[in-house]
Design a protein around this ligand. Structure first.
Ligand code: HEM
Ligand code: HEM
Length: 297
């Protein structure tokens, strides 16, 4: 949980680099102004760029501890693999961050860096759920039926896909690789899918606490994200297009939009994981075949 919190702060710190146009304030990598350990004067864009690197280093260090600790204390093979996966992701993310600098911020590398950041964040959250007392001590319900193309498990996967698509389209626009229109059309599509999945979860499975919690969070975050998206559009695209320097209002709305986007993605992962844990199509089949009317039909 502590690592997840640090990664969330790191995402905010990274978004501050982009929103303040501070991407190349420190021009070299893996050194900062020629040194591996000296902290440069934290002025102007360097404050954001180097600050981001320092927090990233701390997160990398925490992830090494998490990966090794998981091998020692967790008997579940899948979870031990997740520990190494987290380490692999954070290393790849650090290298991508370095490549953005080396290659002078091409949009596709920055977009990859933005997408991997949120994937890594979601993974750390899932790991804390998998090691929580509730997960370990309360058995899955798995007798609840879920079936059909638009069952909750499929819808939760569709929701993940929709948010990833939005993340890609938003980041590609933010880093100058794509027009804004696809992100707007994507927002309408993602809104429909997220509403569908969370309303289905709340109407069908409100008695399963983790499903209810994830779905309610998705509804709240979606609303907030739409308001912030509109704010980001107004402050950055409409009012701020001729600004000589990023304005406070642009920075605040765009950074908040990135951060809430990360929380939304993580909650979609939670919904999917809980739907797969507690629901099963086999339960649907069993209840159908034990229903005499279903047999005569
Ligand atoms: C765990 C490690 C890291 C995470 C989770 C992370 C996360 C992020 C995030 C979320 C952004 C904002 C993307 C956006 O607003 O679209 C960002 C931007 C950035 N990060 Fe990282 N980062 C990490 C490591 C690094 C490292 C080691 C460097 C090394 C130089 C780095 C360099 C940058 C740069 C230059 C940007 C600005 C890119 C641009 O404006 O085009 N990052 N990072
Ligand atoms: C479900 C709905 C939405 C989601 C999940 C979402 C997600 C995102 C994410 C994750 C980013 C930044 C990616 C990154 O670089 O890390 C982004 C960027 C952006 N989004 Fe959205 N978004 C949504 C809806 C909207 C709406 C409705 C608007 C406008 C009316 C909007 C306007 C923007 C703008 C202007 C940016 C770029 C900010 C910049 O240039 O700094 N978004 N979106």
């Amino acid at each position: 949980m502590f690592l997840s919190l640090c990664v969330f702060l790191l995402i905010i710190a990274g978004a501050l680099v982009t929103s303040n146009d501070a991407g190349l304030a420190v021009p070299d990598w893996p050194t900062s102004f020629g040194s591996f350990y000296k902290i440069p004067p934290m002025v102007g864009g360097v404050k954001y760029e180097h600050g981001h690197r320092m927090i990233a280093q701390f997160v990398g260090f925490l992830t090494i501890i998490l990966a090794i600790w998981t091998q020692r204390v967790d008997r579940r093979r899948n979870i031990r693999i997740l520990g190494w996966t987290a380490l692999a992701l954070v290393i790849t993310q650090g290298i991508l961050g370095g490549l953005t600098v080396k290659m002078l911020l091409p949009w596709y590398v920055s977009t990859g860096h933005a997408m991997l950041a949120q994937t890594f964040f979601s993974l750390t959250i899932l790991m804390s759920i998998f090691s929580s007392r509730r997960w370990l001590e309360s058995p899955p319900k798995s007798s609840l039926p879920d079936s059909g193309t638009f069952g909750l498990r499929n819808l939760s996967l569709l929701a993940l896909l929709a948010v990833y698509m939005q993340l890609f389209l938003g980041a590609a626009f933010r880093h100058g690789g794509m027009h804004f229109l696809p992100h707007i059309i994507g927002a309408a599509f993602a809104t429909v899918i997220l509403l569908w999945a969370s309303i289905r979860a709340l109407t069908g499975y409100a008695n399963v606490r983790p499903i209810r919690a994830a779905a309610s969070a998705i509804l709240g975050l979606l609303f907030l994200q739409l308001v912030l998206g509109f704010g980001a559009y107004l402050t950055r695209v409409e009012w701020g297009k001729d600004a000589a320097q990023p304005r406070m209002s642009m920075v605040a709305t765009t950074v908040a939009h990135v951060a809430i986007g990360a929380l939304l993605l993580a909650h979609c992962f939670m919904l999917a994981v809980q739907a797969y844990r507690h629901l099963s199509s086999r339960a649907a089949e069993t209840s159908l075949s034990s229903d005499p009317k279903a047999v005569t039909a």
